[in-house]
Ligand binder design. Structure first.
Ligand SMILES: O=c1ccn([C@@H]2O[C@H](COP(=O)(O)OP(=O)(O)O[C@H]3O[C@H](CO)[C@@H](O)[C@H](O)[C@H]3O)[C@@H](O)[C@H]2O)c(=O)[nH]1
Ligand SMILES: [Mn+2]
Length: 728
């Protein structure tokens, strides 16, 4: 057990997982198996007559072997950590904390949700005069600004209430909809104030504009005049508003100081690329540097409210540890979600991505960055630990002490100027400093570049969930989000910063492989499509591609398949998952592989050929389709989208069913010959049961659209016929 202490008091400890040893032993065996399989393929390649089949199988198995190697690297040294926040220094000595919250669209991300997120972090158990909350509004919406003004007013009731009663749920929405606390007069009263605010905010959003009668604070009346008739979300000046100021704002009793709350909407112009969330965060980095320049930064998506008021203290256990501080870039908390269905049918909890893989990364250089719930040292955005890259103006220096008030005219003028859309021109922002541009997954990419620079990170997973957000809860949203991620990952996996070249060179082989796992996500689509179609079509034409059951090679296939699956299951269950959850997870992996990853690959290729464009399509967090919500809760798949993204999946389902039926018929005539093919087809068919149901039996809105089914049948026909010509 490795310990880190300050003046004799241990702030955190690290415990290696025992199963890592077993994973390593198994890795040796699996590698031998893979080598044998490759030998088998090459051998049959040299002797076989069937031209296309063997190379495709070889290619798939090479991809599978590579992806298995990346997961073996991630499993190499899994660790768990514990923190001891009670041993921290006195609150007076805590560093200042800037919180960044990003929002981009008042209709997909309801402002009342942003309000709750902001309130939950303003109410951290942390000295309030040290907290500054910056909200970045890429939607440039007066509705969001209005909602935040209301939040500032409400915080004067909410924060004292939380602190006096030691409330744990500090998102008001969560607190008021739970029954796990007593409803005394004070709580009832407060709920009324909250409901009142909520209805005002929702009314303003519904009506699409902020009527003068709703603005209660004269001081802010003029601000809304900035939304002139030429103002659009893609074309507008920078707007920065201090909504609450810790130097002067207190609650009514003057006992409680209120933290800073600042609204920021950067300047936008259609002529200048804005780099989506990465651009928004870089603007916040500069604006906050000018105004407060806190050494510690927390980044959050607008849906991720704080569920645990003592989270910053856990982060400080690492960030303030003098032994590791100088090279520690960030402390990442896992992404957790509310309202996930019982067995998580869409696997949108991403247990592997956000938890299982993280403990593996954490045993090496540290977890990757996943965009939200992450505490940074501001310094990490300015070059490698040993080599500070001086910013273009002195006010942005991460080591500068801020003395001016955030209301100072000069400060505000400079803040507006660094939020200008041309500001980054001819600077290092996005290339060497700040969040890095060039990938739709700015989070994963930036974390990766920081690790390449020599920075470290830590993973922190407290028992009481730290941050809780919204996962997409309809299948089309899940696969679209995954497509965006797949494209973003591909953007950098084939760039000059690819983890397999640049990464291995700067971080070593193991870390390079770890980062490759996600970076090469789209390559899953190759083996999934080949194994989903090829053996089945060949089987329909009476040919067998796999070894017979009497052949020793048969057992190699069985062993490799079961081994890889079992390893995956063990990790999933030991990290607190259920068996059903795991089954759904592996099913979604296949679905994502042939829908999101495959269409991501195609879209990326079209983009590279200049035939199409792709952007950051924000996931909707507002769903009022009640039927759909009901289906989600009952765990019934929802395929009801006109998009053709489900076409490949439907075709795979049909082809495998035909192959299974045909194969079973053949078994009666030709005996054992087709055992592996049949096993494969039945495995796919069992996974596809909800698809058959959605094609044939269902009548509700979530069934597969007729057009998709029709096209899938045509495609099946084409594939089978072309199989005939290839195999002839
Ligand atoms: O132009 C943009 C687009 C998005 N966002 C914000 O980015 C966040 C994430 O967007 P969301 O639609 O929720 O995407 P997800 O796929 O759920 O987000 C995951 O993946 C993103 C990268 O694709 C990361 O940035 C996120 O932190 C991570 O949670 C939200 O707060 C948005 O408001 C912006 O600020 N500006
Ligand atoms: Mn999100």
């Amino acid at each position: 057990m490795e310990k880190h202490s300050v003046g004799g008091t241990t702030l955190h400890t690290c415990h290696p997982c025992r199963r890592s040893i077993l994973h390593r032993i198994y890795a040796v065996i699996h590698i031998c198996g893979v080598v044998a399989l490759m030998y088998h393929h090459v051998n049959s390649f040299l002797t076989a007559k069937t031209s296309l089949v063997t190379p495709l199988l070889l290619l798939s198995d090479v991809v599978l072997a590579f992806m298995w190697a990346t997961s073996a690297s991630i499993r190499f040294n899994q660790v768990h950590r514990s923190e001891y926040p009670e041993k921290l220094a006195k609150p007076e000595d805590f560093p200042k904390l800037d919180v960044f919250i990003c929002t981009a669209d008042p209709y997909k991300e309801p402002p009342i949700m942003v309000v709750n997120t902001a309130l939950s972090v303003m109410a951290f158990d942390y000295p309030p005069n040290k907290i500054s909350v910056y909200v970045s509004d890429d939607g440039g919406s007066s509705l969001t600004l209005f909602a935040l003004m209301e939040a500032a007013k409400f915080s004067k009731h909410w924060l004292p209430f939380c602190k006096k009663n030691n409330v744990q749920d500090r998102s008001p929405e969560v607190y008021f909809s739970s029954n796990s606390h007593t409803w005394d007069e004070e709580a009832k009263n407060l709920k009324m104030i909250y409901d009142d605010m909520k209805s005002r905010v929702e009314h303003v959003v519904d009506s699409g504009k902020v009527d003068a009668e709703f603005i209660t604070c004269d001081h802010f009346r003029g601000v809304f005049e900035l939304w002139t008739h030429t103002f659009t979300r893609h074309e507008h000046p920078a707007i920065i508003q201090v909504l609450q100021n810790s130097e002067i704002d207190t609650d009514d009793t003057k006992q409680y100081t209120m933290p800073n709350l600042i609204y920021v909407s950067r300047e936008k112009s259609k002529a200048v690329p804005h780099h989506y969330k990465g651009g928004a965060l870089n603007t916040l980095l500069r604006v906050s540097a000018v105004m407060t320049n806190s050494p510690v930064i927390l980044t959050l998506d607008c849906d991720m409210y704080s569920n645990n008021p003592s989270t910053p203290l856990r982060a400080l256990c690492y960030l303030e540890d003098p032994k590791i501080k100088s090279s520690l870039a960030f402390v990442q908390f896992p992404q957790k979600f509310q309202g996930i269905s019982k067995n998580d049918i869409y696997a949108c909890e991403y247990k592997r991505l956000f938890e299982i893989n993280m403990i593996g990364f954490d045993g090496q250089m540290g977890p990757c960055h996943v965009g939200t719930g992450c505490f940074f040292h501001r310094r990490a955005f300015y070059g490698p630990p040993s080599n500070l890259i001086e910013p273009e103006i002195d006010e942005l220096n991460p080591n500068r002490n801020v003395n001016n008030s955030i209301k100072d005219q000069n400060v505000l003028a400079l803040a507006h100027s660094v939020a200008g859309c041309n500001y980054e021109h001819n600077t290092y922002w996005g290339s060497k400093t700040g969040f890095r541009y060039g990938s739709l997954v700015e989070d994963y990419y930036t974390g990766y570049r920081l690790h390449c620079e020599g920075w470290r990170s830590k993973f922190c997973i407290p028992k009481r969930i730290a941050f809780c957000g919204d996962a997409p809860k309809s299948l089309i949203d899940v696969v679209s989000q995954q497509k965006r991620w797949a494209i973003g990952l591909l953007e950098f996996s084939i760039s000059r910063y690819s983890p397999i070249t640049y990464g291995v060179k700067h971080m070593g082989l193991l870390m390079g492989l770890c980062y490759s796992q996600n970076a090469f996500w789209v390559s899953w689509s190759i083996p999934l499509l080949v194994y989903g179609f090829l053996p089945q079509i060949v089987l329909i034409h009476g040919v067998s591609v796999f070894p017979k059951a009497s052949n020793p090679w048969f057992w190699l296939y069985i062993f490799l398949f079961l081994g890889a699956y079992a390893q995956d299951l063990v990790d999933f269950v030991l990290e607190g998952g259920s068996y059903r959850g795991w089954w759904n997870d592996q099913r979604m992996w296949m679905i994502r592989g042939i829908t999101s990853f495959f269409s991501g690959l195609i879209e990326f290729t079209l983009k590279t050929l200049n035939l199409s464009t792709h952007g950051f399509n924000v996931t909707s967090k507002a769903n009022d389709n009640e039927e759909q919500i009901k289906r989600y809760e009952q765990e019934i798949f929802d395929f009801g989208s006109p998009s053709l993204i489900f076409l490949t999946m439907t075709t795979v389902a049909i082809v495998n069913l035909i192959a299974l039926v045909w194969g079973l018929y053949c078994v009666f005539t030709s005996g054992e010959a087709l055992v592996l093919e049949l096993m494969l087809a039945s495995f796919v068919v069992v996974n596809c049961l909800p698809i058959y149901e959605a094609m044939a039996l269902r009548k509700d809105e979530g069934k597969l659209p007729k057009r998709t089914c029709f096209l899938a049948w045509i495609l099946t026909f084409v594939l089978i016929v072309s199989g005939y010509f290839f195999l002839k």
